[in-house]
Design a protein. Structure first.
Length: 338
């Protein structure tokens, strides 16, 4: 004979509260009185309604979940970082919840902070309001890849150094006319990578003409638009460093459709080393971010903050790596490197 499966009604009857109160206790243990919470826990143990780890989370006043706020879930850049997060969180008993901040960035953000859905948050979107993130009525928050303010810890790479490495690599390959496709205005990654470009250009004694700097937004379409702008120039850079691999993909694709050969007529570099970068023709030279490691370290540092009941913690800056592939070659044409 099959054993009867305990229901929420059983827990409510034994604990002497309503089913709504049981549900509220399960989802928001901090919002019910201690006596009520203990009564629900006793009923859970008696009926077996909730798995052991859920009861443990209630005793510890935790939800057992971590929330990741991602600005664009369609962006392949985030997949490996989320995998790194899960590789630490899952064995530790945490579930990973993922939300796209661009679907309703204003209305939902306050809900995420105040709902008690998660024990901690990993934020990938540096455009979110900093004043909300630093309030004390929130779970521990850690930023990944982007950063803001002094009170919020982060795990990221040195973006300026990565950009410098890219420009110096193109210079070592013989390029003297080097262009740059930026990210969106007002973004810390855009500004940091552009700072690295300017630093390298100045250190190498090169010229970065205003018309050689193309405004992008990290997406494919903006890379394609930058390629059209490059084609329209009377004097073109022989190499272009794109501030993201997605833009580099769009840049290369548009040029190839226009009959321009990469790297025979222009060299192209990206930043990130997303999965597709090595499968393009030609394969994309880029600056690799250790994305899986970023995710792992973010999970480890956030878990330590949760255990310490702390709203602040250390930050970590991880190294980047130059990945040499076939999209970069010595400049074409007589005097191109002069």
């Amino acid at each position: 004979m099959r054993q009867k499966v305990a229901t929420i009604q059983d827990v409510a009857r034994i604990s002497g509260v309503s089913t709504a109160t049981v549900s509220r206790t399960l989802s928001h243990p901090d919002r019910v009185a201690e006596a009520t919470r203990e009564a629900v826990l006793r009923a859970i143990r008696e009926t077996g309604y909730v798995a052991n780890h859920m009861a443990r989370n209630l005793r510890r006043r935790r939800t057992g979940s971590i929330l990741a706020l991602v600005p664009n879930l369609a962006n392949p850049f985030f997949s490996e970082i989320l995998s790194g997060l899960a590789s630490v969180l899952t064995p530790s008993g945490y579930g990973l919840l993922i939300a796209d901040t661009h679907t309703d960035p204003a209305g939902r953000f306050a809900f995420y902070l105040e709902s008690g859905l998660a024990d901690g948050m990993v934020v990938f979107d540096g455009s979110l309001p900093e004043d909300a993130l630093v309030t004390r009525t929130r779970p521990p928050v850690l930023l990944a890849c982007e950063w803001m303010g002094e009170g919020l810890p982060s795990v990221r790479v040195d973006n300026a150094v990565g950009a410098e490495i890219a420009i110096r690599h193109l210079h070592e390959m013989g390029h003297r006319r080097i262009g740059h496709v930026t990210g969106p205005g007002g973004n810390v990654l855009t500004e940091s990578r552009l700072e690295g470009v300017h630093r390298a250009v100045a250190g190498l004694g090169l010229e970065l003409r205003p018309e050689w700097v193309f405004r992008g937004d990290f997406g494919l379409a903006s890379g394609s638009s930058a390629a059209m702008a490059w084609l329209a120039l009377k004097e073109r850079p022989t190499a272009v460093f794109c501030a993201s691999d997605e833009m580099a993909c769009g840049f290369m694709g548009a040029l190839q459709h226009a009959g321009v050969r990469v790297p025979a007529e222009v060299s192209v570099m990206g930043f990130d080393d997303i999965e597709v970068a090595g499968h393009l023709v030609p394969a994309l030279s880029t600056i690799r971010q250790p994305r899986h490691l970023i995710g792992r370290r973010a999970a480890e540092l956030l878990s330590a903050m949760i255990d310490a009941r702390a709203l602040s913690g250390p930050s970590e800056v991880l190294p980047v790596e130059l990945i040499r592939r076939q999209s970069v070659a010595p400049p074409y044409g007589e005097g191109a490197g002069a």
